[in-house]
Design a protein. Structure first.
Length: 182
């Protein structure tokens, strides 16, 4: 959807959603034109249309070296192609800069035929702490837990710890436990 179309919709309908967007996000933008462009990106994502690289970069609102952001965008588009992410989730990652600092942290595991767990936190923790969390929160025997990559844990509702215990692979994501689909 073109920015001019968004402006026309806003002017014709007195769009309450745009007013809420300005209330929540308006502080990020220097001009009304910039705010409308940000709003257009939100509407586009809600309509299940993925952001282009240029739109993704604009949403990040970063300056400087593009290489890490380009790497992140390629990773996210790959996850979209395999069904792990949708357009709105791609938009969401553009709004959180932690993943630009650490694009390799944006990993995905399939948890069902059409279900995926994708990391959305960037604080790596030690193996010992991850094993302790899995043991205390889910009762897995600590000596049997083998981590499947870097564990991430920001809080009880922001975490991503893939692991194997016995014959099964699991993932703790944002306080929930899922068996990894094989």
């Amino acid at each position: 959807m073109e920015y001019e179309q968004i402006m026309m919709i806003h002017q014709k309908t007195g769009d309450k959603k745009y007013a809420k967007f300005l209330s929540d996000e308006g502080w990020k933008y220097d001009t009304e034109t910039d705010a409308l462009a940000g709003y257009a990106r939100l509407i586009k994502a809600e309509q299940k249309i993925p952001l282009t690289w240029e739109e993704f970069w604009s949403e990040l609102q970063m300056e400087g070296d593009l290489s890490a952001a380009q790497k992140l965008y390629r990773i996210l588009r790959r996850h979209m192609d395999n069904g792990a992410l949708n357009a709105y989730e791609l938009y969401g990652y553009a709004r959180h800069r932690w993943c630009v600092r650490c694009p390799e942290a944006v990993i995905a595991y399939q948890t069902g035929p059409k279900c995926w767990a994708v990391n959305n936190c960037g604080e790596a923790i030690s193996e010992e702490r991850a094993i302790q969390r899995l043991n205390s929160e889910w009762g897995f025997e600590a000596s049997r837990i083998k981590l499947l990559g870097t564990p991430y844990y920001d809080a009880t509702d922001w975490n991503f710890i893939p692991f194997r215990c016995g014959r099964y692979d699991w993932i703790m994501q944002n306080g929930d436990l899922h068996q990894i689909y094989q």
